[in-house]
Ligand binder design. Sequence first.
Ligand SMILES: *Cc1c(COP(=O)(O)O)cnc(C)c1O
Length: 383
Amino acid sequence: MQDKHYLLIPGPTPVPPSVLQAMSRPMIGHRSEEFAALHRRIQEKIKHVFQTEHEVFILTCSGTGGLEAAVANVLSPGDRVLALITGNFGERFANIARAYGAEVDEVHFGWGSDVDLAVVKEKLARGGYKAVLATHNETSTGVLNDIAGIGALVAETPALLLVDGVSSVGGVEIKMDEWHVDVLVTASQKAMMLPPGLAMIGVSPKAWRVIEENRAPRFYFSLPAARKSLEKWNTPYTPNVTLFQGLDAALDMMLAEGLENVYRRHRLLARATRNAVRALGLELLAGDACASPTVTAVKSPPGIPADDLRRVLKAEFGITFAGGQGILKGKIFRIAHMGFADKMDVMVAVSGLEMALARMNYPVELGRGVRAAQETFLGREQR
Ligand SMILES: *Cc1c(COP(=O)(O)O)cnc(C)c1O
């Protein structure tokens, strides 16, 4: 049926009606008083989501643009960087740093595992790093990394901690100031419940000292230019005004629900999804201790190519799961429960999964996963 889709991928994610409505308002000039008031409202609210007292800059670009802004402003050619890699997005962050001439020391923890703090400690003890790159929520594997733990270690060194929070901020707790995160990046189309097109970047005082000294070239992504404009609730270049209007509404939604409740909801959805997957006898990629609250990666069972399963889900049930990336391509599928997601989205995902497996002649007991998810939501978990 036309227009009846269940978009369960880790970005872009479904956009709530109130956000769509906010974005359908008439255009305003970006140098107007109305825009300044809008920008100011956003600034006050987004600081809560980042848990920072410092400014959060809103850039018109995708999440990767935000990561590039972090790198371009902090690093100079020849700088030594420690990249903590747990999957595809960790690799991308390292590649951006390399593109800007940094000397990147990559540490790979494996696809499906989280960052081992003992290794970070050992690496930092040798010293000499200008920055440490970490991914909060590794979207490609459904793994959540311990940013508080990494932050405590990096804070004892002169290095800056740059965090990719693209698929966590707005769905998973992050305390930028308390956890000693120096640059925190997120994007609009993941847990922030907006269409793609904005990146948000928080900057610590420790990072500003480095950024101000940095002589490496930057123009569109210049954070000093963004800071100067923000003094007048402005942006250096034309921003995506429509998405700013949407962001204002999305932040209202998050704060009305309460951030604690938002985080609890994501954890519950992840747990129900994981219980259902286990009940069906399928294997989860990430262990419970490092499981992502916003996306669950599942190993496709023997004899069932993940991408064929996804094709059946899409064609027959209108459900879209994400596939695997990099070395996991064709081997896993990923179910997002990110942003504008609630219990019944998980029920759709699980019952669709059961039917698709049955369609592919995989021996599945219909209703088993559904029941496990239902019991989780009813507080009758068998674990
Ligand atoms: C989606 C994502 C990105 C990339 O964002 P784009 O908006 O596609 O550029 C980066 N990091 C993580 C962890 C992501 O999930």
